[in-house]
Design a protein around this ligand. Sequence first.
Ligand code: GLA
Length: 393
Amino acid sequence: MGATQLYQQVREAFEQRFPGEPPRIFQAPGRVNLIGEHTDYNDGFVLPVAIDRQVVLAARLREDRRVRLWATHFQQGSEFSLDQIVPDASAPWSNYVRGVALMLQQEGFALRGMDAVIAGNVPIGSGLSSSAAIEVATAVAFRDLCHLDIAPVALALLCQRAENEFVGMKCGIMDQFIAVLGQRHHALLIDCRSLDYELVPLPEGVSIVVCDTMKRRGLVDSEYNARRQECEQGVTILREYLPDVKALRDVTSQDLARYGHLLPPVVRKRCAHVVSENERTLQAVAALRAGQVEEFGRLMDQSHVSLRDDYEVSCQELDCMVELARVAPGCLGARMTGAGFGGCTVNLVQTEATEAFTQRVADEYQREMGVKPEIYVCEASAGAGSLSPNPSF
Ligand code: GLA
């Protein structure tokens, strides 16, 4: 479903569920990460893009402190009071909204109740960050409707906290950050320690193609949290020899060559991925700025190998999709994107070849895996915001 239909759908659903004054409409995009995977929670570097797939939220304030929600995708409602926010196991999607409302209030922001309908075309569970998009769309809606004075980076951090503390997924800052601060035609190099960021223009003539393996991520939360612990274990041991190390961000390849043998083998592999991925991400940005798209693609390929062999977060479907992509027309680079264990790959493809690429990869993947993949050519899009009251389309 395209953006125009999405806005229409959310408006109609709102009218039906909550008749009266028309709502205001807010949006937050999904994201795809070009390179810099599993580096954000190691204080490292990431290079995501906000994509032209969004969560939209139609909302109108209420006079009381109730929040009444309806999710078109699940055809399900969920309701709570701002004075007693607890998770709703029967409507897990509502926990992203609940978590954000709770964190805003904990920060001292005065909220009012609202009626809201949530819709979207970010595929769920495919690693394109639909959950961060719900959090950020909610935060932007409360911010604008309740006139909250909250800066963009603070908003992203608050949404991350909602996910860490309320939902229980110990994610890094990348997804919420890019959903708030993404820019059209640009990737964002984010320093996840300082939270400084740089806009990196995407060169002409190449396209970002996302291939969904259709394998939905299972077990991702427990494996993800386990990887975080292994990284922390690496830091604890390395710090005995390198006292300035606060996170894997501070470790170089040379350090690992020298002290790596002191780590348990699995921890050493995890550290090798993170350290090399940080280095690759900075090299990739330099390549992009210099217009060296082949070099950028080569670094993407290396990133996949490292995630597959050292970080061990890939799976058969992702590996198959990446291998097919690499020999498809116009492909400059291919890798898994997001947390892993299923979901999507990201590919850099010569724009003139995108159709041939898409066709070939779709056919071959279906033949090998017996499943039809979804493939999208993505536009780098703007971060979250409010749509004008009557957008013309
Ligand atoms: C998930 C998390 C992010 C990041 C990626 C892996 O998307 O939400 O914070 O850690 O995995 O790079």
